[in-house]
Write a protein that binds this ligand. Structure first.
Ligand SMILES: [Fe+2]
Length: 526
């Protein structure tokens, strides 16, 4: 068959190009990689009349392909070696591969089919080449609905892939810039904190608390970004306060207290001079408003209630919480968590936004330590009990977690460590339904393990954990789930929901007491 005879009529060609143009426009508007890939994959599937499409991007650092996709409301990532399958061949040679029957081609890697139960027939796979002629990945379109992929389809996908490569390249660059920007910001803020030994680490912790409360309040990823940057920078104005006042250990005079208060204005003045991108435009204002009060008696603006941006109201709470609990300040002694929370409660509706104080307490947003996990190598018995649908609903009603949106999931996903090798985990005596589950890391607030089962985020499961003298049964909420490489199960993170205080203490003490041999790695962040 000639290329010409395969091509559809002019009308169809015009409408195809029209559609590609529309999808290209949609691509240009996406700054988030997972969403962009979704736009491209869905577009390619539709335009080519295929069953499904994938984008695999090259990660040259790990020698793997990766793809992010949203499945059952969870952002998952799939990874496999760069030299595998048709995708590997295309990425290596830069050639287009168009085959009618995948299973007749030696280059085809049937692993993913085996794991997913999908049956691949025809494949059209094409490199994604940037304007700099770099191959950053491949587009793979599977199972043409009628017949197989034609030379016309190749041309169509070629146009499509060129546009896709440029958009993906831009998005990756954008993500890199954000990472670079954040690392610059956090380094400068650590330098500011270090000037005053009693405030060392303050901005970092404030950013962590703010992130927790921001998520609980339902901020999307853009707003969380803005909040994070504002948190890091909120005290930058302290560089305008003299050492003899800032570092004074005795009681401050009224005048000195005023001088300290001026740091909020300095924060605004300093940050106003920095060029923030459109997405971070509000950073100077949010950062400088961290001493505002909901009743208008704060400084420097004296704004009331809703006039204060949500991010500033969040920052006000977490800044005070950290100031109270983390260390001695010249004008305040450190205090217990309970006492600090009761002070926040006293300020409900006057100093602080009442609903946010409630969220901060009920969601335990002050518990940033829960991200610390230990990988242990001692005997541990572990049993997971699935809940009935009715019990699930009861748990959701009782513990009331809101629907998690894509933005939160993306951030959650991004936080999961990349180390997904199976070699260092160990089999656990997991009876019954829990076969094949391997525990990886434990903290006093949660557990991370490998499993062949898929649990959507915010689902509840009951866990029974036995380590030496500790024997606990606890209800857990799924907070992370990530696909292991090549689709061989998942790595799942759960947080303990109804653990009793004494049980938590016991577990915490036990983890602290473990010897170096019993710990496979030092504390890590999930
Ligand atoms: Fe401050």
């Amino acid at each position: 068959m000639t290329e010409f005879s395969e091509a559809p009529d002019i009308e169809k060609q015009v409408s195809d190009l029209h559609e590609i143009l529309e999808i290209t426009q949609a691509m240009a508007g996406e700054k988030r990689l997972d969403r962009l890939l979704k736009v491209i994959m869905e577009g390619a599937t539709r335009v080519l009349g295929a069953d499904v499409s994938s984008i695999f991007l090259c990660d040259h650092d790990t020698g793997e392909f990766y793809s992010r996709f949203i499945q059952q409301a969870v952002v998952s990532e799939i990874r496999f070696p760069l030299d595998k399958g048709i995708a590997g061949y295309v990425a290596k040679t830069g050639e287009t591969v168009n085959i009618e029957d995948a299973y007749k081609d030696d280059r085809f890697n049937p692993d993913i089919d085996k794991n997913t139960g999908y049956r691949t027939r025809s494949i059209l796979c094409m490199p994604l080449v940037t304007l700099d002629k770099e191959i950053i990945g491949v587009t793979q379109v599977l199972n043409k609905k009628q017949g197989w992929f034609t030379a016309y389809d190749e041309k169509l996908l070629g146009v499509f892939s060129n546009n896709a490569a440029v958009s993906i390249d831009n998005t990756l660059l954008h993500e890199e810039n954000i990472r670079l920007f954040k690392s610059l910001i956090s380094t400068s803020s650590k330098t500011i904190d270090a000037r005053d030994p009693v405030t060392a680490g303050h901005s970092q912790r404030v950013a962590l608390y703010a992130e927790q409360l921001g998520r609980a309040a339902g901020l999307d990823s853009l707003a969380l970004n803005e909040l994070e940057v504002a948190s890091w920078l909120h005290d930058i104005g302290k560089i305008g306060v003299r050492d003899d006042v800032l570092l004074k250990t005795g009681r401050l005079t009224d005048q000195e207290y005023k001088k300290i208060q001026e740091h909020a204005t300095y924060t605004s003045e300093i940050l106003e001079q920095i060029h923030f991108s459109r997405e971070l435009k509000a950073v100077p204002f949010i950062a400088s408003a961290h001493h505002e009060r909901i009743d208008g008696k704060g400084y420097p603006y004296g704004l009331v209630g809703e006039k204060l941006p949500l991010a500033a109201r969040i920052l006000a709470i977490v800044d005070v919480y950290d100031a109270l609990t983390a260390y001695d300040r010249p004008y305040k002694k450190a205090m217990s968590v309970e006492k600090a929370l009761s002070i926040l409660e006293e300020g409900r509706g006057t100093q602080f936004d009442a609903a946010l104080v409630d969220l901060f307490i009920s969601r335990r947003c002050f518990n940033i330590e829960r991200r610390q996990y230990q990988r242990i190598s001692v005997d541990l018995t572990f049993e997971i009990v699935f809940l009935s649908n009715d019990d699930q609903i009861k748990c959701v009603e009782k513990y009331g977690f809101p629907k998690v949106d894509d933005d939160v999931l993306e951030s959650a996903d991004a936080n999961v460590e990349e180390d997904v090798d199976g070699g260092t985990a160990w089999d656990v005596n997991a009876p019954g339904k829990a076969k094949g589950i391997r525990v990886r890391d434990i903290s006093a607030s949660g557990l991370k393990f490998e499993t062949g089962y898929y649990f959507p985020i915010n689902n509840f499961v009951s866990l029974k954990v036995v380590i030496k003298s500790i024997d606990l049964t606890v209800l857990c909420r799924v907070i992370r789930i990530r696909r292991r490489p090549a689709g061989t199960g998942y790595i799942m993170g759960v947080e303990f929901v109804n653990m009793k205080i004494d049980e938590r203490e016991k577990l915490l003490n036990y983890i602290k007491s473990l010897s170096a041999e019993e710990l496979q790695t030092p504390i890590r962040f999930l």
